[in-house]
Write a protein that binds this ligand. Structure first.
Ligand code: C2O
Ligand code: CU
Ligand code: CU
Length: 468
């Protein structure tokens, strides 16, 4: 019996030198000394309590992305754990763009008292892959870039009983891109003086920051030694701004199907076969890849069809042996998906995600306004069903905290194949509109919704969601 009870984790946020590129040490900000941070394994119905100690030189706050979480533990961007000796940054500092993050500190090496914060996750939600990351106001993008991200799996008995590939044949895959300087340090545009423009002029970063090295679980272009059998890939795009279109390709250049079994918020009703799968920042796809027919010694590469040169490769499987495989993909995966109908909605809201002027420079805005923690934006009542009509100018992956949603339409038509299931992030493509439907349940309080291009988020594309 796993119901009730508490699982405790303790994580120290601290600077560490991490070997990302072979033989090279990269100074990072870490959860617990490595990148990604430790993977948390949660059981539905059991509370997870994570104690975070902040030994970094900057304020931090932890958000569990996709978590059905009380507001006090949701990681609101101003709900910060401050290091000792911290002073507020000067007003002229460019939000989000300073990688040093140490401004306001008299001496970055001074001994500071350890600051601690408890986060409580009741885990009354469907089994799925969540992730946790920093959510500090104006500085989320550089904090994630520096390493503040980790995975959080929610398990339950129903999912375990399905017989999907498990154990060593289930692989959580956090995909990120990073850029490195010659000495192995992480390169972020704000560190490059040639890109540092006058305050308020932010054009170099408008599209978000991309790297030319693709990392999977912190390793560049890994090759995984695999059995000729089915694998369950728990894909997470934790990149700041890069979109992927993933495909599996064998040595003869043939595509292998990606059989989707789950979305951001857990299992689909039934599997969906894809030839390739677009994955926007913060999205998760739960996919089965069947390597049974690949000869021993052969390879299957997971490539990014949107990439060029070395950003085209993501990871590879090298088949090392034939092996028994008792896994299966049931025709029915889940029967507990919410079935909200348009007619259930008590209100419809329109929201535009577009560029605009902000502080005399360029910003990214929702409904023409940049994020302001003091301003109520969306206020709804606990239990209300709403339809949101979203529209975008360029690519914006729109994420809603607290609840999962379903995609009702895209571009005025039926949703696409990869919009299926319960989502918490929807990839809005340039010039596109979409409708989502959700029910705000579980917890009252102040939450957020925002673009999950992390640089867009820091440049204003975020708003308050208050449940009363
Ligand atoms: Cu992963 Cu508010 O975000
Ligand atoms: Cu989130
Ligand atoms: Cu955006």
């Amino acid at each position: 019996d796993t119901a009730g009870g508490v699982d405790r984790y303790e994580i120290t946020q601290r600077p560490a030198s991490v070997e990302i590129l072979p033989g090279v040490r990269t100074p990072m900000w870490t959860y617990g000394g490595g990148f990604p941070g430790p993977t948390i394994e949660a059981r539905r119905g059991r509370t997870v309590r994570v104690t975070h100690h902040n030994e970094l030189p900057v304020p931090t706050v932890v958000h569990l992305h996709g978590g059905h979480t009380p507001a006090e533990s949701d990681g609101y961007p101003t709900d910060l754990v401050l290091p000792d000796g911290w002073r507020e940054p000067a007003a002229h500092d460019m939000p989000g763009m300073d990688m040093s993050g140490g401004h306001g500190m008299d001496d970055p090496h001074a001994v500071r008292t350890r600051r601690t914060r408890h986060y409580t996750y009741p885990t009354d939600q469907r089994a799925t892959l969540l992730w946790y990351h920093d959510h500090r106001m104006d500085f989320t993008a550089p904090a994630i870039w520096r390493g503040l991200a980790g995975m959080h799996l929610v398990r339950d008995d129903a999912e375990n009983a399905l017989g999907l590939p498990s154990g060593p044949r289930e692989l959580p895959l956090m995909i990120t891109d990073r850029a490195f300087a010659a000495d192995g340090t992480l390169a972020y545009p704000a560190l490059d003086p040639t890109l540092r423009t006058t305050p308020g002029v932010r054009e170099p970063y408008l599209a978000g920051v991309l790297g030319d090295v693709i990392l999977v679980n912190g390793a560049p272009w890994p090759v995984h030694e695999a059995d000729a059998a089915r694998y369950r890939l728990r894909i997470l795009n934790a990149s700041n701004a890069r979109h992927y279109e993933l495909a599996a390709v064998d040595d003869a250049g043939r595509r292998l199907d990606l059989v989707q079994v789950g979305a951001d918020q857990g299992l689909l009703a039934a599997p969906i076969r894809h030839r390739s799968l677009p994955v926007a920042p913060a999205e998760r796809y739960d996919v089965v890849l069947d390597l049974a027919h690949v000869p021993v010694g052969g390879r299957v590469r997971i490539v990014n069809l949107l990439g060029t040169g070395r950003t085209r490769d993501v990871l590879a499987f090298r088949i090392v042996r034939r092996a028994a495989d008792r896994s299966r993909i049931p025709r029915t995966l889940a029967t507990d998906l919410p079935t909200w109908h348009r007619t259930d909605a008590v209100r419809v809201r329109d929201m535009a995600f577009r560029a605009g002027r902000m502080d005399g420079g360029h910003g990214w805005l929702i409904g023409g306004r940049p994020f302001d923690p003091a301003r109520p934006d969306v206020t709804t009542r606990l239990g209300d069903v709403e339809v949101w009509r979203l529209v975008a100018d360029v690519h914006h992956p729109v994420h809603v905290h607290l609840v999962g949603f379903r995609v009702l339409s895209r571009g005025g038509r039926a949703p696409l194949a990869y919009d299926g299931g319960l989502k918490d992030t929807i990839s809005l493509r340039p010039g596109e509109s979409a409708e989502i439907i959700t029910r705000f349940d579980g917890y009252r309080g102040r939450f957020l919704f925002h673009c999950h291009n992390a640089e867009h988020e820091d440049m204003g594309m975020m708003a308050n969601l208050t449940v009363t």
